[in-house]
Design a protein around this ligand. Structure first.
Ligand code: MEV
Length: 443
């Protein structure tokens, strides 16, 4: 296999089969098997397959991830069964267990603080600063009028452009300014709407300042939304009397549990190394719902981690308090999600997720996602400060180990029964299968 065979021009123009053929012939030693395998993951329903193929580019097959559900989520007194897509074992179990635990203690409480999204036109203005500021009001009117046509339908739904501000960054980079724009995008995440408006703004700014009457030197650098959405915030919390927290395995009582729990959260407030792992646990839940509802998990993660730095150091997204004999565990999270547009209405299973959630508004979806993140965080910390996570995690992972070791149905059933009372590890499962097979062969 030469290196030349690994490059190609015009790949995107090949048919799907043509792409696979080129790929398997140049990158694999068993092309026929790989071709068969890739095709085996195509959907029988050609219309559905076509939808998936067109979601991104150069598609040759489908990459499956498990679609699970976490029942018993009571959020503001309404019960949800939450759809979750994740590759990690234990995540859905942890969310379900956290949901059930809090269902018996008043459920999750949540409120959306604001849903404002942000974006910028980044530009250089090489004229006098005062001229730029003097022109600002008239420029803003020009920009609003020039984008009326593309913002009308969003305005009809109650959204559109909110504020337009000028920010001076010339102390950071010569002649650098930003037009800082805020938006309300209603039920959509709003990326396309925001970027279209910003790009039109950029063109209009050039037109405005190039007009012979003004003739000011402006250079647009770029126009793009910000994935940091500290003004699109949901607040979620659980609370109950400390005495209602137990019972727990072992000899831990409710008071000790509450104290250890708050200390564990505190470690993530103090130390960024712990905060990253702690917040990752929150995003185990958050991302799984975001993916299941066809939303953009990279945007959500970027915003959440930026928000975790809002006080100058990377820190915990959740906090725990003990007040007046009550245990309070809460979190504020920036979330920019949509219930219309993008994959939400294209992906057949994402559409089912919305149905499962009783067709929530974008604000309700923010609350569901945040509650799942908090449930996940609660269950992780509860395990960490009591049994440790490995016991439960390895038990959930047993199925993966057995599949990896090509265990038969019978072996799986017998291993599951055996490991009910035994610690699970890869070597313990491998040895168990080995000895069982030896015994059976000897009979
Ligand atoms: C594992 O995916 C997530 C945890 O590490 C989170 C945490 O440590 O809080 C268990």
């Amino acid at each position: 296999m030469t290196q030349e065979n690994k490059t190609i021009s015009g790949f995107s123009k090949l048919s799907k089969l043509g792409k696979i053929k080129w790929l398997v012939e140049n990158f694999f030693t068993d092309p026929e098997n790989v071709m068969r395998e890739l095709k085996s993951y195509w959907l029988d329903d050609e219309d559905h397959q076509k939808i998936l193929d067109e979601i991104s580019e150069n598609t040759i097959s489908n990459y499956h991830l498990p679609y699970g559900v976490a029942p018993n989520f009571v959020i503001n007194q309404k019960t949800y069964c939450v759809p979750m897509v994740t590759e990690e074992s234990s995540v859905v179990a942890a969310a379900s267990s956290g949901a059930k635990y809090w269902m018996a203690r008043g459920g999750f409480h949540a409120e959306v603080m604001s849903t404002v999204k942000l974006g910028h036109v980044h530009f250089f203005f090489r004229g006098k600063r005062e001229v730029l500021y003097d022109e600002l009001d008239s420029l803003i009117t020009f920009l609003r009028e020039g984008t009326q046509e593309i913002s009308q339908s969003m305005e009809d739904r109650g959204g559109g452009i909110r504020d337009i501000e000028l920010k001076d960054f010339t102390h950071e980079m010569e002649d650098y300014y930003q037009l800082f724009v805020s938006f309300e995008t209603c039920e959509s995440m709003g990326a396309n709407f925001i970027n279209s408006i910003l790009e039109r703004f950029a063109a209009l700014m050039t037109t405005y300042f190039s007009a012979s009457a003004k003739n000011q030197p402006i250079e647009i650098l770029m126009s793009i939304l910000s994935n940091y959405t500290p003004e699109s915030i949901v607040r979620v919390w659980v609370e109950c009397p400390i005495d209602d927290l137990g019972p727990f395995k072992g000899d831990l009582d409710s008071q000790q549990f509450a104290k250890r729990f708050c200390q564990a959260v505190r470690t993530a407030e103090i130390d960024p190394y712990r905060a990253a792992t702690h917040n990752k646990g929150i995003f185990n839940g958050v991302d799984a719902v975001v993916v299941a509802t066809g939303n953009d998990f990279r945007a959500i993660e970027a915003s959440g981690h930026a928000y975790a730095c809002r006080n100058g150091t990377y820190s915990s997204l959740s906090e725990c308090l003990i007040e007046d004999g009550r245990f309070k565990f809460r979190m504020e999270l920036p979330l920019a999600v949509g219930t219309v547009g993008g994959l939400t209405s294209l992906h057949p299973i994402a559409k089912r997720s919305f149905e499962l959630l009783d067709n929530p508004t974008a604000s309700e979806l923010m609350m569901i996602i945040a509650a799942t993140g908090l449930a996940q965080n609660f269950s992780a910390i509860r395990s960490l400060i009591t049994t440790g996570i490995q016991e439960g995690h390895m038990r959930m992972h047993l199925g993966n180990i057995l599949t990896g070791l090509e265990a038969s149905e019978e072996e799986i059933a017998s291993a599951r029964a055996h490991f009910e009372s035994q610690p699970v590890s890869f070597s313990a499962v491998r040895d168990y299968l080995y000895h069982r097979r030896e015994k059976i062969d000897a009979q």
